[in-house]
Structures are given as C-alpha cells and as structure tokens.
Ligand binder design. Structure first.
Ligand SMILES: [Zn+2]
Length: 482
C-alpha cells in the first residue's frame, strides 16, 4: 500500500477523482439495465464503498494526514539528546533487548507518545468515514471494508477460521509462556495465564520470531546469511525463483526505478507500486540488513508479478481478486524458499545431513512464531475497528475494548495499567494510516492453501510433507498459479 504524498497536487488529484467518480456513478444508474455482465462488474467495483462529498473528502484527508504525521514524527526520548523513532530505533530495541526494564520503557514510551494525540482525532475520522459510507447506503464504514473481500458473512467466517487455528495458538502460547517464565521469572511471566505484551520480541507482539534463538534447540542464523550480501544479489535470487517456475523477469524499469532506503535514514515502509504505464513497476525496499528484507523482496515481487499478469486488463480490473489474495502470492513463494531443502540449495544454510530433522523442526518453529501471532493480531486489529465503526465500541471504551480483544484472542495483557486516556491501537501503523488489516489475517490462511495445492501440482514434491515443499523450478507450479 502506498502512502499519501501530502502535496497540494495530491489533494487536487484526489478532488478531481472524487468529482469524476461521483458523476460516473450517478450516470451508471441510467444504463445499468442494458449493461453486460462485465460492464456491471466494472460499475460495481468503481461505485461500491463510501461516497464522499468534496467537503468530507477534504476533512478525511486532513485527519488522515494528521494521524499519519503523529505516527511518523513521534519520538521517545531517554534524555533530551537521545530520542528514538519507531522505525528502526524502538522496533530494534523490542527485537533485540532482553532487559525487561528497557523493553517496558520502549513499549510504554511509544504508546504514551502516539496514543493521546491520536485519540483526539480518531472519533472524528470514524464519524467522517461513516457519513461517507451512509451516503452510499451502508450502515457504517466497516461494511465497506468487508465488502471489498467479497466473502459472505465475513465477521462470522473469521471467527470460524480463528477457532480452527486456536488449538495451535494455545500450544505455541503455552510453550512460549513456559520459556519466558523461565527467562524472566514467574513474577513477570505467570506460567498459568496471559503473557505481558512487551516481552515477545516485537513492538506489537504480532510476531514472536525474534525469540527464535532463545526458544529453538537448533539455531538457524538466517540474518547472518543475508547481512553481507548486496541488495542486488538478493533481488536476483528472489527474481530467479519466480523465473524458475515460468514467470517473467522484472522489467528494465524495475531495476532502474526501484529504490532501496537504508532504514537508519528515516521512516520507511516497503511498497510495490504499479505506475500504470507499460512495464513500469517499482519497489521501495527499506533495508535493515535482516532476513526480513529478503522476505520483503519476495513479497513485493509477488505483487509485481500480479501487476504484470493483469497488464492487458482494462484499468478498472487491474487489481487482485481481493486484497487478501494479492498479499498471499509472494508469501506462498517465501514459504517454499524457507524450507530446509531450498535454503540448502541456495547456500543459505550449509549442508549437514546429521542435523536434517533438527533443522526442519527449528524452521517449523520459526514459521509458527512468525505466522500464528500474526493471525491472531490481524483479527484483533480489524475486529476492533469494525466494532468502533459500528458503534458497538464507543469512544469511552476504545482502549478497554482493545485490550479485551487482545486478551481474548491473543492471550496477552498490557505490562502496565492502561486507562481511557491511552489509545494503544494507534501505536500500530495501519491504524494510524487507516489501512484495512483483515487482508493479512486471511492471507495467512490462503498462502498455506496455495502451497498445499501447488505442492500437489509440482512432481518433485510428491514424497515430501508441506513444510518440506520447495516449489523451485516447477513450470507446472507457475502454470497453476497463473
Ligand atoms: Zn503486500
């Protein structure tokens, strides 16, 4: 997802777009009856969702900009001379520090800084969005967000998916809780209940992956494998996976126009952009020198492969089947990359046959630490926002409801007492940026379903289990994906 560029011309274009769309959708009603199915589909994609008046659009853009800038410009200071941004500074502390006092300082500091000022703006943002949704016949904005996914009874459906994954989450939670209790003591981590959210190795506890070295019997140093390689070399490796299954090379413009920003140089959010002109697709990579960068390359290249696949479609159809579907493409490829077989094949981990099973178990644990908490967190973020948009959750209960969900679905509690002067949801980029989030929850399920199907298609994986399945080199996989 891109971010607002915040310029005058950006606002001007937004205004023209709103006027154009409102006019086209008003006209569409006139020829709906005589339209063919494909035209109806185009009309419904264009005209569904909120309908903003110019005034509402301007108000909303202003609110979004203010919230975004609170998130981007907030600093947490240890001393007046030593201030920390969320990315990469605080993020890094949360990943690397094992000092509970320092972790609490970063956790609480970030929320104390972004929460209260964001809270003042948030109810107005929700009100503005709901008005625009009602202009187009919806009860609230949550209905528009869910409609885009085109899954009937989505609210019910995500609960069902959660229930399916819940036993695995409980197992992982129990294992991590036990280990953390040993590491930090029972005072801090009670082995019989929810875990404090600041000790999971991530600012939002949405991935517990950085705890892997402490939790696994066999260490796999994936960060070490990428840190000394050039970004170009890694891009080539990522591209090569896609071409090995019959996808196209990234076009020339990609190599010319993509940008790598070293993350210590400021806040940066990785993006794959479709420029809607021939063969112009670009990537913004925020380089941290970690394995995660290699993952982002595959993920964003998945988006670009998708852009290239629909380049001949009319503009209105140049989008994923839905946002969750798009997100799952690159992630499916990455699941195959992160198998023991493939990592050894590309020389990321050394060949050592004695350790085969240990290695695979360790990689499996890594996937679990990364994927399972992301699923539960993904559910909480949008369940909370759907509740806020439908007024099931009122502004006076914003923060309490947030923690109620985090407790219930994630088994987490805040490390210090929270109040309604706090506003912890705004500590997450996608809330401040007002981007829907359930797509990431759904994408986690889709990518394993994709992998399952593709493994059956590729003839080299018949004797392997899903976590051993490497899709590399199979043209049948590419054909099936297309
Ligand atoms: Zn993405």
């Amino acid at each position: 997802m891109g971010e607002e560029d915040g310029t005058e011309s950006g606002e001007q274009i937004g205004k023209l777009k709103t006027i154009w769309r409102n006019r086209k959708c008003a006209e569409a009603g006139l020829y709906w009856a005589g339209a063919e199915e494909k035209q109806r589909r185009a009309i419904s994609i264009l005209c569904r969702g909120p309908k903003f008046t110019i005034h509402q659009a301007r108000m909303l853009t202003g609110l979004e900009k203010s919230l975004g800038s609170i998130y981007r410009n907030s600093r947490v200071c240890k001393t007046p001379a030593r201030c920390y941004r969320i990315e990469p500074d605080l993020d890094k502390i949360m990943q690397e520090s094992r000092d509970p006092k320092e972790l609490l300082w970063a956790w609480k500091g970030w929320r104390d800084t972004v929460g209260p000022p964001s809270r003042e703006l948030y109810p107005a943002l929700i009100m503005m969005e709901n008005q625009a949704a009602m202009n187009n016949g919806y009860n609230n904005m949550g209905e528009c967000w869910r409609e885009e996914l085109e899954i009937p009874d989505l609210e019910q459906f995500v609960e069902q998916l959660y229930a399916e994954i819940s036993p695995l989450h409980r197992l992982l939670h129990a294992f991590v809780r036990h280990k953390l209790s040993q590491m930090y003591g029972r005072e801090l981590v009670d082995p019989n209940t929810t875990m404090p959210a600041h000790l999971l190795g991530n600012m939002w506890a949405q991935s517990w992956e950085s705890l892997h070295p402490e939790l696994a019997e066999t260490i796999v140093d994936l960060d070490g494998a990428v840190v000394n390689r050039s970004t170009n070399e890694l891009f080539e490796i990522a591209q090569e996976f896609y071409t090995s299954i019959g996808f196209r090379n990234m076009p020339k413009n990609f190599w010319k126009n993509s940008k790598t920003v070293r993350s210590e140089n400021g806040s940066c959010h990785g993006t794959a952009a479709n420029m809607y002109t021939k063969d112009d697709y670009r990537m913004l990579l925020c380089w941290k020198g970690q394995w995660e960068d290699f993952y982002v390359m595959h993920h964003e290249m998945g988006h670009i492969q998708y852009y290239m696949a629909y380049e001949k479609q009319p503009t209105i159809f140049k989008d994923g089947a839905n946002s969750a579907f798009q997100e799952a493409i690159g992630d499916t490829i990455m699941l195959a990359v992160e198998t023991r077989r493939h990592l050894q094949q590309i020389g990321i981990i050394k060949k050592n046959p004695i350790l085969l099973e240990d290695l695979e178990l360790s990689l499996l644990l890594r996937q679990a630490l990364k994927k399972i908490p992301q699923i539960t967190f993904g559910l909480v973020v949008d369940k909370w926002r759907w509740g806020v948009m439908s007024s099931k959750i009122l502004p006076k209960d914003y923060n309490a409801a947030w923690w109620q969900y985090r407790r219930k679905y994630e088994g987490l509690h805040p490390p210090v007492l929270r109040a309604e002067t706090d506003f912890d949801p705004a500590a997450k980029f996608h809330v401040a940026d007002n981007t829907p989030y359930i797509r990431y929850f759904l994408s986690e399920f889709l990518q394993f379903q994709f992998l399952d199907i593709l493994c059956d298609v590729s003839n080299t994986n018949q004797k392997y289990l899903l976590h051993q399945c490497d899709l590399y080199g199979s043209k049948d996989v590419g054909k099936r994906m297309k």
